[in-house]
Design a protein around this ligand. Structure first.
Ligand SMILES: *[C@@H]1O[C@H](CO)[C@@H](O)[C@H](O)[C@H]1NC(C)=O
Ligand SMILES: *[C@@H]1O[C@H](CO)[C@@H](O)[C@H](O)[C@H]1NC(C)=O
Ligand SMILES: *[C@@H]1O[C@H](CO)[C@@H](O)[C@H](O)[C@H]1NC(C)=O
Ligand SMILES: *[C@@H]1O[C@H](CO)[C@@H](O)[C@H](O)[C@H]1NC(C)=O
Ligand SMILES: *[C@@H]1O[C@H](CO)[C@@H](O)[C@H](O)[C@H]1NC(C)=O
Ligand SMILES: *[C@@H]1O[C@H](CO)[C@@H](O)[C@H](O)[C@H]1NC(C)=O
Ligand SMILES: *[C@@H]1O[C@H](CO)[C@@H](O)[C@H](O)[C@H]1NC(C)=O
Ligand SMILES: *[C@@H]1O[C@H](CO)[C@@H](O)[C@H](O)[C@H]1NC(C)=O
Ligand SMILES: *[C@@H]1O[C@H](CO)[C@@H](O)[C@H](O)[C@H]1NC(C)=O
Ligand SMILES: *[C@@H]1O[C@H](CO)[C@@H](O)[C@H](O)[C@H]1NC(C)=O
Ligand SMILES: *[C@@H]1O[C@H](CO)[C@@H](O)[C@H](O)[C@H]1NC(C)=O
Ligand SMILES: *[C@@H]1O[C@H](CO)[C@@H](O)[C@H](O)[C@H]1NC(C)=O
Length: 769
């Protein structure tokens, strides 16, 4: 009985005391430090896809141990963990920051914030830290040597900052460090030898920095190493064979360096556990391919960009290989050993010199899903065996001819087909006849395909369709209207004869629409459709026969062109195919010359090109809404009236072409405010009056103003008269009054549009990988 009472008492007393503890855990000095720390930063929404302002829950009158991102020690009440990852903090971390009063911190995670400035020495005062995570911030300068005092540190993650210089020697004391993440910074110098002292290290990431020199030969002293990533630096020499002796190593990433010489792995005594080996983009000579037989477990092998010779590899077998990259290896024959690589799922042998046909056995590899043979010299008819599980086939930039084999179109799992830049002929329809296509990326650009674009290729999952540069005729397939994922549509340089596809404007993900050089006709405005392309950013309908006028509110609703939003195609299309798109899918007329969009600029380009049509009437004032436009080309139409002064709101504009129209009045002086405007063309109009005196305008070539009888002043040689101008100006003022009513109408419409715009943008932000 007594024991029962005692137990009960014990139970109550204990639970009561924990209750009390839970209530009063937060220590006032720690709470104040946290509060003040929060106030050191400006909480600002950087990306709308992050909505994680943990500090919003931080109220002085609540227990700080219950605040989001804060963890206290149960017994002492000290704050031991602070995790404000991605919490929209903006501002520098100062050496007197209240953060450093949280003396008992064991884990500090502030990554993915805009924390700027130098990482202060005071970080070394947080002497109980085990985990220091500050990746994806804006820190710069040297890595402080005080880090060497953090002797309990096991994880140090400072990747994706702008740190420079060498690692401080003091880091050689971090004996318990197991993970070191220092990728994507600007560190330099030789391989940090001090790391060899840190025998607990399991993970080293020094990728994408500016290290150079040879790797130390005694690197095997890192006997617990599992992942070693030094890719994308300037390391040179050979790989010390001792690296391959480390039995725990399973991922080795040495790609994109200047390693050279014959590739050898020495005598690997014990079983290698390597799963991933990336030595791509170096200058190795790989003569004896059987060296890879050491790696019985290898799943990923990237040898791209090295020099391979296959003569001595009759029966190589990599029993576990899943991904093999042999691109840009100067291979001239299809590697025969692949015949027996039955676990292979992805093969990239693009950018070599392989001629002839694809061997039949390739299609019999039981697991093969992704094949990239682009940029070779394959030719003749493309043959393919049916019944495979291929989901991606990229064969662009070869010399295939004849029709696209039906076996391809009938592949059940085909998601990506890229056959651009070959000599395929015949109709697409024949290939896809009676096929329920599930293709999401179809690029057939620059072939000689004829006939219509068949409805069969259109499916709900379609994301990118590029059939530019063929002989296609007929209309755009109506079923595109159901392609809610469609981001990219390019049919340029064909013979398509159709009205403007108003119905496409309802597609929520359409970013790029290129109809240029076809036989499209009729108005690009219809009273029945409210034309709003929510995230369209490249609109090129040039060189067609579009006609009619544009209403004053034409540009209300083109949200992405009117607001700061970077929309990455990467989010919609897988990385591999960005290559194809980035390299050559869009040619734009920028600054008067046709050029290809390449690389990252592609993601931010915002372009409106209606040149070479028969559009007439006023240029709508609402064009001033497209504030983010970089290229505007309305040349070669029949536009009349004045150049709208609202153009001066397009502050990002780099290229403006209004030539070959019937524009009258003067060049608005406001255009002088467009400081990025490098290239402009007003020639062949009826413009008059003085050319505005602004640096950007004055620095243009004379030809930009040619054939406007009434224009005067520099850079033209014709001087301006006095009185004549005054009279003209009055005339203009009257005209402007007329246009004001027009302005009022679209402004009202724009205001009404705002909520929808917001919504569209939220959808539009797409996180890149
Ligand atoms: C909370 O406390 C901190 C530090 O004492 C102080 O700076 C801040 O103004 C307080 N906030 C509120 C809302 O009282
Ligand atoms: C990050 O913060 C710095 C100043 O601390 C500021 O200049 C910069 O604009 C911020 N970056 C972003 C993307 O907000
Ligand atoms: C920290 O130092 C900065 C100047 O470097 C100063 O403006 C700020 O008031 C100091 N903050 C505290 C809490 O002492
Ligand atoms: C490390 O700590 C010691 C004593 O606590 C101190 O004297 C030394 O300056 C610190 N080192 C660095 C690099 O901050
Ligand atoms: C290092 O790790 C070992 C084993 O986990 C541990 O016993 C030792 O206390 C740690 N040293 C420090 C300084 O944290
Ligand atoms: C290597 O670690 C030992 C302790 O294990 C330490 O005494 C020595 O100074 C370190 N060497 C370097 C170069 O940091
Ligand atoms: C590694 O070799 C260098 C000389 O190449 C030597 O200075 C260093 O002490 C060695 N480090 C270890 C940990 O063996
Ligand atoms: C590799 O091992 C073989 C025998 O196991 C031996 O003959 C050869 O000399 C060794 N090579 C090297 C570079 O150690
Ligand atoms: C593939 O394996 C078969 C049977 O196992 C063998 O006869 C053939 O020579 C191998 N091919 C290559 C290229 O190694
Ligand atoms: C590519 O291979 C050919 C012969 O196969 C050879 O003549 C040429 O030098 C090689 N090019 C490179 C860059 O290795
Ligand atoms: C779009 O999809 C709907 C519903 O699945 C269907 O009724 C309609 O016919 C489709 N429209 C076109 C043009 O294919
Ligand atoms: C241009 O921008 C100014 C200021 O942002 C605004 O008041 C004006 O209405 C805009 N005009 C047009 C035509 O967009």
């Amino acid at each position: 009985m007594i024991t029962i009472i005692w137990s009960l008492c014990l139970f109550f007393c204990l639970s009561h005391s924990t209750l009390v503890l839970a209530k009063h855990l937060c220590l006032p000095d720690q709470r104040d430090a946290l509060s003040e720390f929060k106030n050191e930063f400006y909480v600002y929404k950087l990306y709308s896809f992050m909505d994680d302002k943990k500090t919003e829950t931080w109220r002085n009158n609540t227990d700080c141990c219950s605040w989001d991102g804060v963890l206290c020690d149960d017994k002492t009440g000290n704050v031991v963990e602070l995790n404000l990852y991605g919490s929209e903090l903006n501002g520098p971390l100062r050496s007197n920051s209240s953060l450093f009063r949280l003396q008992h911190l064991q884990s500090l995670k502030l990554g993915s914030n805009n924390i700027s400035g130098i990482l202060p020495d005071s970080i070394g005062n947080l002497k109980y830290l085990r985990d220091l995570d500050l990746p994806y911030c804006s820190l710069f300068g040297k890595i402080p040597s005080s880090l060497g005092n953090l002797s309990h540190l096991t994880t140090l993650a400072l990747s994706d900052n702008d740190f420079t210089g060498e690692l401080p020697d003091s880091m050689g004391h971090l004996n318990n460090l197991t993970e070191l993440h220092l990728g994507w910074a600007m560190l330099n110098g030789k391989f940090p030898h001090l790391l060899l002292n840190l025998s607990s290290l399991m993970w080293i990431d020094l990728g994408s920095n500016q290290f150079k020199g040879m790797l130390p030969s005694n690197i095997s002293s890192l006997s617990k190493l599992e992942v070693f990533d030094i890719s994308d630096n300037s390391f040179s020499g050979t790989i010390p064979s001792s690296l391959f002796m480390i039995p725990s190593l399973f991922e080795l990433n040495l790609g994109s360096n200047d390693f050279s010489g014959p590739l050898e792995f020495g005598n690997i005594s014990s079983q290698s556990n390597l799963l991933k080996l990336d030595i791509g983009e170096n200058n190795f000579y790989i003569v004896d391919f059987s060296i890879f037989l050491h790696f019985k477990l290898l799943e990923v092998l990237d040898l791209s960009g090295n020099h391979l010779k296959f003569s001595s590899t009759p029966h190589l077998l990599l029993p576990m290989i899943v991904y093999l990259d042999l691109s840009s290896c100067n291979i001239s024959e299809f590697p025969k050993f692949l015949e027996n690589q039955t676990s292979l799922q992805e093969l990239d042998i693009s950018a070599n010199q392989i001629k002839g046909q694809i061997p039949e056995w390739l299609w019999r590899l039981p697991r093969l899903q992704v094949v990239n043979i682009a940029q070779n010299s394959f030719g003749g008819e493309l043959t393919m065996l049916p019944n495979s599980i291929i989901n991606t086939f990229i064969a662009s930039d070869n010399q295939f001819s004849g029709e696209i084999p039906r076996a391809i179109c009938e592949l059940d799992n085909l998601g990506t087909l890229v056959l651009s830049n070959n000599n395929f002929s015949g109709s697409i329809s024949r290939c896809f006849k009676n096929v329920n296509s599930s293709i999401s990326i179809l690029h057939l650009r620059n072939n000689s395909l004829s006939g219509i674009i068949p409805e069969e290729i259109i499916n709900d999952g379609l994301r990118s369709l590029d059939v530019g540069g063929n002989l296609l005729s007929g209309k755009l397939p109506k079923s595109l209207i159901n392609c809610t994922s469609l981001a990219f549509l390019n049919v340029e340089n064909n013979r398509i004869k159709d009205k403007f596809p108003f119905w496409l404007s309802s597609l929520p993900n359409l970013q790029i629409l290129v109809l240029r050089s076809n036989q499209f006709y009729g108005p690009i405005f219809s009273p029945g459709y409210s034309l709003s392309f929510p995230i369209l950013r490249i609109f090129d309908i040039s060189d067609n026969s579009f006609s009619g006028v544009l209403p004053s509110d034409y540009f209300v609703g083109w949200s992405v062109m009117s607001s700061f939003a970077i929309i990455y195609l990467n989010g919609l299309l897988p990385r591999d195919f960005l290559y194809d798109i980035h390299q050559r899918s869009v040619f734009l007329t920028v600054k008067g010359v046709e050029r290809e969009l390449v690389g990252s600029g592609y993601d931010i380009y915002k372009n409106f090109d209606v040149s070479g049509n028969r559009l007439e009437g006023y240029i709508p004032e609402s064009i001033g809404l497209l504030k983010e436009l970089i290229v505007l080309n309305m040349s070669n139409n029949a536009f009349t009236g004045h150049i709208p002064p609202s153009l001066s709101n397009l502050t990002n504009l780099e290229s403006l072409d209004l030539s070959k129209n019937r524009l009258s009045g003067s060049i608005p002086t406001e255009l002088g405010k467009l400081t990025f405007l490098e290239w402009m063309n007003f020639s062949y109009n009826k413009l008059e009056g003085p050319i505005p005196i602004a640096t950007q305008i004055q620095s243009q070539n004379i030809s930009s103003f040619a054939e406007n009888p009434g224009l005067c002043g520099a850079p033209l040689l014709k001087k301006c008269g006095g009185e004549e101008e005054e009279a003209k100006k009055q005339e203009q003022d009257e005209d402007e009054k007329e246009e004001e009513d027009q302005v009022f109408n679209w402004v009202a419409a724009a205001v009404g549009y705002v909520p929808g715009l917001f919504c569209g943008l939220t959808i539009a932000y797409i996180l890149t990988s």
